[in-house]
Design a protein around this ligand. Structure first.
Ligand SMILES: Nc1ncnc2c1ncn2[C@@H]1O[C@H](COP(=O)(O)OP(=O)(O)OP(=O)(O)O)[C@@H](O)[C@H]1O
Length: 348
Protein backbone atom coordinates (compact mmCIF):
# COMPACT_ATOMS: atom_id res chain seq x y z
CA UNK A 1 0.00 0.00 0.00
CA UNK A 2 1.39 3.43 -0.87
CA UNK A 3 1.84 6.06 1.82
CA UNK A 4 -0.96 8.03 0.21
CA UNK A 5 -3.33 5.06 0.40
CA UNK A 6 -2.35 4.51 4.03
CA UNK A 7 -3.02 8.17 4.66
CA UNK A 8 -6.39 8.03 2.94
CA UNK A 9 -7.29 5.03 5.05
CA UNK A 10 -6.41 6.78 8.26
CA UNK A 11 -7.75 10.20 7.40
CA UNK A 12 -10.71 9.22 5.22
CA UNK A 13 -12.04 11.99 3.00
CA UNK A 14 -10.04 15.19 2.49
CA UNK A 15 -9.93 17.30 5.63
CA UNK A 16 -7.71 20.29 4.95
CA UNK A 17 -6.24 21.89 8.03
CA UNK A 18 -4.77 24.66 5.88
CA UNK A 19 -6.21 26.05 2.65
CA UNK A 20 -3.90 28.34 0.74
CA UNK A 21 -5.42 30.34 -2.09
CA UNK A 22 -3.88 32.82 -4.54
CA UNK A 23 -0.94 33.26 -2.22
CA UNK A 24 1.51 35.92 -3.35
CA UNK A 25 4.49 37.48 -1.65
CA UNK A 26 6.33 40.37 -3.16
CA UNK A 27 8.90 43.02 -2.39
CA UNK A 28 9.00 46.42 -4.09
CA UNK A 29 12.62 46.87 -5.14
CA UNK A 30 14.35 49.75 -6.92
CA UNK A 31 14.67 47.55 -10.00
CA UNK A 32 11.01 46.47 -9.97
CA UNK A 33 8.57 44.21 -8.17
CA UNK A 34 10.13 41.03 -6.89
CA UNK A 35 7.48 38.28 -6.72
CA UNK A 36 8.87 35.59 -4.47
CA UNK A 37 5.64 33.57 -4.15
CA UNK A 38 3.50 33.55 -7.24
CA UNK A 39 -0.15 32.49 -7.01
CA UNK A 40 0.25 29.37 -4.92
CA UNK A 41 -2.87 27.27 -4.23
CA UNK A 42 -2.44 24.35 -1.86
CA UNK A 43 -4.51 22.32 0.59
CA UNK A 44 -2.62 20.72 3.45
CA UNK A 45 -4.53 17.77 4.88
CA UNK A 46 -4.90 17.20 8.60
CA UNK A 47 -2.41 14.56 9.73
CA UNK A 48 -0.28 14.48 6.61
CA UNK A 49 3.41 15.17 6.18
CA UNK A 50 3.86 17.33 3.14
CA UNK A 51 7.31 18.01 1.74
CA UNK A 52 8.06 21.21 -0.17
CA UNK A 53 11.18 21.01 -2.32
CA UNK A 54 13.01 23.33 -4.64
CA UNK A 55 16.46 24.70 -5.26
CA UNK A 56 17.97 27.59 -3.35
CA UNK A 57 16.05 30.82 -3.91
CA UNK A 58 12.90 29.13 -5.24
CA UNK A 59 10.72 30.64 -2.52
CA UNK A 60 10.55 27.80 0.04
CA UNK A 61 11.25 29.94 3.11
CA UNK A 62 8.83 32.60 1.89
CA UNK A 63 6.09 29.99 1.55
CA UNK A 64 6.80 28.68 5.06
CA UNK A 65 6.79 32.16 6.58
CA UNK A 66 3.59 33.16 4.84
CA UNK A 67 1.71 30.26 6.52
CA UNK A 68 2.25 32.16 9.77
CA UNK A 69 1.98 35.63 8.25
CA UNK A 70 5.62 35.99 9.18
CA UNK A 71 7.16 37.30 5.97
CA UNK A 72 9.78 39.90 6.89
CA UNK A 73 9.17 43.60 6.24
CA UNK A 74 8.88 45.14 3.69
CA UNK A 75 7.50 41.97 2.07
CA UNK A 76 3.80 42.03 1.22
CA UNK A 77 1.69 38.86 1.53
CA UNK A 78 -1.65 38.67 -0.28
CA UNK A 79 -4.23 35.94 -0.84
CA UNK A 80 -5.75 33.65 1.75
CA UNK A 81 -4.42 31.21 4.29
CA UNK A 82 -7.34 29.56 6.07
CA UNK A 83 -6.67 27.40 9.10
CA UNK A 84 -9.40 25.00 10.25
CA UNK A 85 -9.53 23.97 13.88
CA UNK A 86 -10.66 20.45 14.86
CA UNK A 87 -14.09 21.95 15.67
CA UNK A 88 -14.40 23.25 12.14
CA UNK A 89 -13.79 26.88 13.06
CA UNK A 90 -12.04 28.85 10.31
CA UNK A 91 -9.19 31.23 11.02
CA UNK A 92 -8.13 33.74 8.38
CA UNK A 93 -4.41 33.74 9.22
CA UNK A 94 -3.40 36.73 7.10
CA UNK A 95 -6.10 38.81 8.77
CA UNK A 96 -5.40 38.03 12.42
CA UNK A 97 -4.78 41.01 14.70
CA UNK A 98 -1.24 41.07 16.10
CA UNK A 99 -2.03 39.70 19.56
CA UNK A 100 -4.10 36.81 18.18
CA UNK A 101 -1.42 36.08 15.62
CA UNK A 102 1.16 35.87 18.43
CA UNK A 103 -0.99 33.25 20.19
CA UNK A 104 -1.75 31.42 16.98
CA UNK A 105 1.94 30.92 16.30
CA UNK A 106 3.31 28.13 18.49
CA UNK A 107 -0.13 27.19 19.83
CA UNK A 108 -1.72 26.19 16.49
CA UNK A 109 1.10 26.30 13.95
CA UNK A 110 4.63 26.11 15.20
CA UNK A 111 7.67 26.69 13.07
CA UNK A 112 11.29 25.66 13.20
CA UNK A 113 12.94 28.39 11.16
CA UNK A 114 15.93 27.85 8.92
CA UNK A 115 19.14 28.41 10.86
CA UNK A 116 17.23 28.38 14.17
CA UNK A 117 19.97 26.30 15.80
CA UNK A 118 21.89 29.49 16.40
CA UNK A 119 18.85 31.21 17.88
CA UNK A 120 19.23 29.60 21.31
CA UNK A 121 20.43 32.12 23.85
CA UNK A 122 23.93 30.90 24.81
CA UNK A 123 23.62 32.29 28.34
CA UNK A 124 20.40 30.39 29.11
CA UNK A 125 20.13 26.69 30.02
CA UNK A 126 17.73 24.73 27.81
CA UNK A 127 15.24 24.53 30.69
CA UNK A 128 14.91 28.32 30.68
CA UNK A 129 14.14 28.33 26.95
CA UNK A 130 11.21 26.00 27.55
CA UNK A 131 9.99 27.86 30.65
CA UNK A 132 10.20 31.21 28.92
CA UNK A 133 8.11 29.97 25.98
CA UNK A 134 5.46 28.50 28.30
CA UNK A 135 5.28 31.68 30.39
CA UNK A 136 5.13 33.97 27.37
CA UNK A 137 2.00 32.11 26.21
CA UNK A 138 0.40 31.95 29.67
CA UNK A 139 0.78 28.16 29.98
CA UNK A 140 1.21 26.41 33.35
CA UNK A 141 4.95 25.86 33.63
CA UNK A 142 4.83 22.64 35.71
CA UNK A 143 2.59 20.67 33.39
CA UNK A 144 4.29 22.27 30.38
CA UNK A 145 7.70 21.07 31.59
CA UNK A 146 6.30 17.57 32.05
CA UNK A 147 5.21 17.63 28.46
CA UNK A 148 8.62 18.97 27.43
CA UNK A 149 10.29 16.04 29.20
CA UNK A 150 7.95 13.58 27.44
CA UNK A 151 8.59 15.07 24.01
CA UNK A 152 12.34 15.09 24.63
CA UNK A 153 12.26 11.39 25.56
CA UNK A 154 10.14 10.66 22.51
CA UNK A 155 12.97 12.24 20.54
CA UNK A 156 15.41 9.86 22.28
CA UNK A 157 16.98 12.53 24.44
CA UNK A 158 17.60 12.35 28.18
CA UNK A 159 15.29 15.16 29.39
CA UNK A 160 17.17 15.98 32.61
CA UNK A 161 20.49 16.07 30.91
CA UNK A 162 19.27 18.22 28.03
CA UNK A 163 17.24 20.63 30.15
CA UNK A 164 20.18 21.24 32.47
CA UNK A 165 22.58 21.88 29.59
CA UNK A 166 23.52 25.10 27.89
CA UNK A 167 23.10 25.13 24.10
CA UNK A 168 26.87 24.84 23.45
CA UNK A 169 26.99 21.67 25.55
CA UNK A 170 24.74 19.81 23.10
CA UNK A 171 25.72 18.31 19.75
CA UNK A 172 24.07 19.62 16.57
CA UNK A 173 21.70 16.65 16.38
CA UNK A 174 20.71 17.02 20.04
CA UNK A 175 20.13 20.75 19.65
CA UNK A 176 17.99 20.19 16.57
CA UNK A 177 15.83 17.67 18.41
CA UNK A 178 15.57 20.04 21.40
CA UNK A 179 14.42 22.73 19.00
CA UNK A 180 11.71 20.43 17.66
CA UNK A 181 10.65 19.62 21.23
CA UNK A 182 10.49 23.35 22.00
CA UNK A 183 8.28 23.89 18.95
CA UNK A 184 5.94 21.17 20.25
CA UNK A 185 5.71 22.27 23.86
CA UNK A 186 2.52 24.29 23.35
CA UNK A 187 0.81 21.33 21.64
CA UNK A 188 0.40 22.82 18.16
CA UNK A 189 -1.57 21.04 15.47
CA UNK A 190 0.87 21.87 12.69
CA UNK A 191 4.66 21.84 12.70
CA UNK A 192 6.40 23.70 9.87
CA UNK A 193 10.12 22.99 9.50
CA UNK A 194 12.38 24.92 7.16
CA UNK A 195 15.53 22.90 6.30
CA UNK A 196 15.56 21.33 9.78
CA UNK A 197 18.40 18.96 8.98
CA UNK A 198 20.59 21.07 6.69
CA UNK A 199 23.35 21.58 9.28
CA UNK A 200 23.57 17.89 10.21
CA UNK A 201 25.51 14.95 8.84
CA UNK A 202 23.80 12.38 6.65
CA UNK A 203 23.28 9.83 9.39
CA UNK A 204 21.74 12.34 11.78
CA UNK A 205 19.50 13.67 8.98
CA UNK A 206 18.13 10.19 8.37
CA UNK A 207 17.60 9.55 12.04
CA UNK A 208 15.72 12.84 12.58
CA UNK A 209 13.52 12.09 9.60
CA UNK A 210 12.49 8.73 11.04
CA UNK A 211 11.92 10.31 14.46
CA UNK A 212 9.61 12.88 12.87
CA UNK A 213 7.46 10.10 11.47
CA UNK A 214 7.06 8.63 14.95
CA UNK A 215 6.30 12.04 16.44
CA UNK A 216 3.64 12.74 13.81
CA UNK A 217 1.87 9.50 14.69
CA UNK A 218 2.17 9.93 18.43
CA UNK A 219 0.99 13.56 18.57
CA UNK A 220 -1.43 13.49 15.60
CA UNK A 221 0.50 16.28 13.95
CA UNK A 222 0.38 17.76 10.50
CA UNK A 223 3.89 18.50 9.24
CA UNK A 224 5.27 20.73 6.52
CA UNK A 225 8.88 19.77 5.78
CA UNK A 226 10.74 22.25 3.61
CA UNK A 227 14.00 21.25 2.01
CA UNK A 228 16.19 21.35 -1.09
CA UNK A 229 16.82 17.62 -0.56
CA UNK A 230 14.24 15.66 -2.55
CA UNK A 231 15.61 12.18 -1.73
CA UNK A 232 15.57 12.98 1.98
CA UNK A 233 11.98 14.17 2.02
CA UNK A 234 10.77 11.11 0.12
CA UNK A 235 11.70 9.09 3.22
CA UNK A 236 9.17 11.02 5.26
CA UNK A 237 6.48 12.78 3.27
CA UNK A 238 3.08 11.48 2.19
CA UNK A 239 2.93 14.12 -0.53
CA UNK A 240 5.48 16.40 -2.12
CA UNK A 241 5.09 19.82 -3.69
CA UNK A 242 7.84 21.01 -6.04
CA UNK A 243 8.50 24.74 -6.18
CA UNK A 244 10.20 26.24 -9.19
CA UNK A 245 10.63 29.99 -9.61
CA UNK A 246 8.20 30.83 -6.79
CA UNK A 247 5.38 28.66 -8.17
CA UNK A 248 4.23 25.12 -7.47
CA UNK A 249 5.02 23.13 -10.60
CA UNK A 250 4.10 19.65 -9.34
CA UNK A 251 2.16 18.25 -6.41
CA UNK A 252 1.72 14.53 -5.94
CA UNK A 253 1.91 11.60 -3.56
CA UNK A 254 5.49 10.60 -2.84
CA UNK A 255 5.25 7.35 -4.79
CA UNK A 256 4.28 9.20 -8.00
CA UNK A 257 7.02 11.79 -7.50
CA UNK A 258 9.55 8.96 -7.29
CA UNK A 259 8.24 6.57 -9.91
CA UNK A 260 6.41 8.79 -12.36
CA UNK A 261 7.37 12.44 -11.94
CA UNK A 262 5.41 14.48 -14.47
CA UNK A 263 7.36 17.75 -14.50
CA UNK A 264 10.73 17.95 -16.28
CA UNK A 265 12.11 19.87 -13.31
CA UNK A 266 11.10 17.14 -10.84
CA UNK A 267 12.92 14.68 -13.12
CA UNK A 268 15.97 16.96 -13.18
CA UNK A 269 15.93 17.13 -9.36
CA UNK A 270 15.82 13.34 -9.13
CA UNK A 271 18.55 12.93 -11.73
CA UNK A 272 20.75 15.40 -9.87
CA UNK A 273 20.61 13.17 -6.82
CA UNK A 274 23.89 11.66 -5.74
CA UNK A 275 23.31 7.94 -5.62
CA UNK A 276 25.99 5.74 -4.18
CA UNK A 277 25.00 2.84 -6.41
CA UNK A 278 24.91 4.72 -9.72
CA UNK A 279 27.95 5.56 -11.84
CA UNK A 280 29.01 9.17 -11.42
CA UNK A 281 28.51 9.96 -15.11
CA UNK A 282 24.80 9.25 -14.71
CA UNK A 283 24.40 12.05 -12.22
CA UNK A 284 23.21 15.14 -14.07
CA UNK A 285 23.47 18.50 -12.36
CA UNK A 286 20.64 20.80 -13.41
CA UNK A 287 22.01 23.15 -16.01
CA UNK A 288 21.32 26.89 -16.00
CA UNK A 289 20.41 28.90 -12.96
CA UNK A 290 17.32 29.72 -10.92
CA UNK A 291 15.36 32.73 -12.21
CA UNK A 292 15.65 36.16 -10.67
CA UNK A 293 12.28 37.04 -9.07
CA UNK A 294 12.27 40.45 -10.77
CA UNK A 295 12.72 38.87 -14.21
CA UNK A 296 11.00 35.50 -14.31
CA UNK A 297 10.94 34.22 -17.92
CA UNK A 298 7.61 34.65 -19.74
CA UNK A 299 5.53 31.59 -20.61
CA UNK A 300 6.62 28.56 -18.61
CA UNK A 301 9.24 29.86 -16.19
CA UNK A 302 11.27 26.65 -16.67
CA UNK A 303 11.44 26.81 -20.47
CA UNK A 304 15.00 28.14 -20.69
CA UNK A 305 16.30 25.07 -18.86
CA UNK A 306 13.86 22.49 -20.16
CA UNK A 307 14.84 19.89 -22.80
CA UNK A 308 11.19 19.53 -23.86
CA UNK A 309 10.48 23.26 -24.34
CA UNK A 310 8.77 24.45 -27.53
CA UNK A 311 7.65 27.89 -28.71
CA UNK A 312 4.36 27.35 -26.86
CA UNK A 313 6.35 27.11 -23.61
CA UNK A 314 8.09 30.43 -24.37
CA UNK A 315 4.71 32.06 -24.89
CA UNK A 316 2.02 30.52 -22.68
CA UNK A 317 2.27 29.81 -18.98
CA UNK A 318 0.98 26.25 -18.39
CA UNK A 319 -1.93 25.87 -16.00
CA UNK A 320 -1.69 23.64 -12.96
CA UNK A 321 -3.51 20.59 -14.21
CA UNK A 322 -4.77 17.51 -12.39
CA UNK A 323 -3.47 14.48 -14.29
CA UNK A 324 -4.55 11.79 -11.84
CA UNK A 325 -6.34 11.56 -8.54
CA UNK A 326 -3.13 12.25 -6.67
CA UNK A 327 -1.01 14.24 -9.11
CA UNK A 328 -1.08 17.79 -10.45
CA UNK A 329 1.45 19.40 -12.76
CA UNK A 330 2.09 22.65 -14.61
CA UNK A 331 3.68 21.55 -17.89
CA UNK A 332 2.51 21.65 -21.51
CA UNK A 333 4.44 18.46 -22.22
CA UNK A 334 3.83 16.24 -19.22
CA UNK A 335 2.59 13.48 -21.50
CA UNK A 336 6.02 13.35 -23.18
CA UNK A 337 8.03 13.61 -19.99
CA UNK A 338 9.34 10.03 -20.34
CA UNK A 339 11.66 11.48 -22.98
CA UNK A 340 13.69 12.57 -19.95
CA UNK A 341 14.63 9.19 -18.49
CA UNK A 342 15.17 8.80 -14.78
CA UNK A 343 18.85 7.94 -14.36
CA UNK A 344 18.97 7.26 -10.66
CA UNK A 345 16.65 5.39 -8.41
CA UNK A 346 15.78 6.71 -5.00
CA UNK A 347 14.69 4.08 -2.49
CA UNK A 348 11.65 4.98 -0.53
N1 LIG B 1 14.13 40.47 2.62
C1 LIG B 1 14.07 40.21 1.32
N2 LIG B 1 13.90 41.20 0.42
C2 LIG B 1 13.80 40.94 -0.90
N3 LIG B 1 13.89 39.71 -1.43
C3 LIG B 1 14.07 38.69 -0.59
C4 LIG B 1 14.17 38.87 0.83
N4 LIG B 1 14.34 37.66 1.39
C5 LIG B 1 14.36 36.77 0.39
N5 LIG B 1 14.20 37.39 -0.80
C6 LIG B 1 14.16 36.75 -2.12
O1 LIG B 1 13.07 35.86 -2.16
C7 LIG B 1 13.37 34.77 -3.03
C8 LIG B 1 12.96 33.49 -2.34
O2 LIG B 1 13.77 33.32 -1.19
P1 LIG B 1 13.58 32.11 -0.19
O3 LIG B 1 14.48 32.41 0.99
O4 LIG B 1 12.16 31.86 0.07
O5 LIG B 1 14.20 30.92 -1.03
P2 LIG B 1 14.51 29.44 -0.55
O6 LIG B 1 13.96 28.56 -1.59
O7 LIG B 1 14.07 29.25 0.85
O8 LIG B 1 16.09 29.41 -0.64
P3 LIG B 1 17.16 28.78 0.35
O9 LIG B 1 17.01 27.30 0.23
O10 LIG B 1 18.45 29.28 -0.19
O11 LIG B 1 16.83 29.30 1.71
C9 LIG B 1 14.85 34.86 -3.34
O12 LIG B 1 15.00 35.35 -4.65
C10 LIG B 1 15.38 35.85 -2.34
O13 LIG B 1 16.44 36.58 -2.88
Amino acid sequence: MSKQEELDQTTGSPDPILEIRDLNVYFEMDRGRSRVIDDVDLDIQRGEIIGIVGESGSGKSMLASSLLDAVVEPGVTTGEVTYRTTDGEEVDVLDLPEEELREFRWEQISMVFQGALSSFNPTMAMREHFEETLEAHGYAVDSGMERAANVLSDLYLDPDRVLDSYPHELSGGMKQRALIALALVLEPEVLVMDEPTAALDLLMQRSIVSLLSEIRDKYDLTMVFITHDLPLVTKLADRIGVLYAFELVELADTESILRDPAHPYTRALLNATPNLDAPLEEMRPIEGSAPDPVNVPAGCSYHERCPLATSKCERDPPSFERISETQEVACHHWEDVDEIPLTTEVDQ
